[in-house]
Design a protein around this ligand. Structure first.
Ligand code: ADP
Ligand code: ZN
Length: 213
């Protein structure tokens, strides 16, 4: 499958992507994970992205398109991919369209994970992430078996730098202003699946249903 996962921070894009990759061997491509790894490794890319990320703002479209232009050429994309956190602006969506046309790759559709704002806020303040493998936990609904330690890899499970209340509120504003117009964009392209994403199980089912139809 080749899908775009759209939705506010905390809508469950990463969780849904991980379940879908387990089903058919497609890869999850998360620009957030790529950027966090670059920041952690202290690369040039990481240095350029760090300040914007910490403030809950977007990294420049040019930087992101540079990353994705290379990432989509990697061999593991042959089995399909799930774009998680990209595209995030109309210019990124336009550039992606051009890039895919050039590569001769066709997307199945874009999925809009729709979640009420109060649920989003609650999820983000209780979310914890493994610094090593990116696994996602929740202190209330899905804590790691040993507090602070990843079940999958033993890495430290922490609250992200951009999950302070201030940065969360900024990220939601940025999402509403810059990313939510993508729902209309893909609607007009005739390739949008809208799902109520209060339950990740329901999202996975809806996606599988549409892929099979
Ligand atoms: P979430 O979906 O939980 O907000 P991500 O892990 O997708 O978080 O992204 C974290 C941060 O990385 C964003 O707040 C932004 O600064 C940066 N980022 C990730 N993807 C993009 C993108 N496609 N365009 C611009 N900035 C991005
Ligand atoms: Zn881990």
């Amino acid at each position: 499958m080749r899908l775009i996962l759209l939705g506010a921070p905390g809508a469950g894009k990463g969780t849904v992507a991980k379940r879908l990759t387990a089903i058919d061997g497609s890869v999850q491509i998360s620009t957030g994970d790529i950027l966090r790894a670059a920041v952690k490794a202290g690369t040039e890319l990481g240095k350029k992205a760090e300040a914007a990320m910490k403030a809950g703002e977007l990294v420049s479209d040019d930087l992101i398109m540079g990353i994705m232009g290379e990432r989509l050429l990697e061999a593991d994309c042959k089995n399909g991919f799930l774009l998680d956190g990209f595209p995030r602006t109309i210019p990124q969506a336009e550039a992606l369209k051009g890039l895919l046309a050039k590569l001769g790759i066709e997307l199945d559709f874009a999925v809009n994970l729709d979640v009420p704002r109060d649920v989003i806020l609650d999820r983000l303040t209780t979310r914890r992430t493994c610094v090593e493998c990116g696994a996602i936990y929740n202190v209330k609904s899905n804590p790691p078996k040993v507090e602070g330690k990843c079940d999958a890899c033993g890495g430290a499970v922490v609250q992200r730098d951009d999950e302070t209340e201030e940065a969360i509120s900024k990220r939601l504003d940025v999402f509403n202003a810059q990313t939510s117009p993508l729902v209309d964009f893909y609607g007009k392209e005739g390739m949008l699946l809208n799902v109520n994403a209060t339950s990740s199980d329901a999202v996975v089912e809806a996606i599988q249903g549409k892929l099979a139809s």
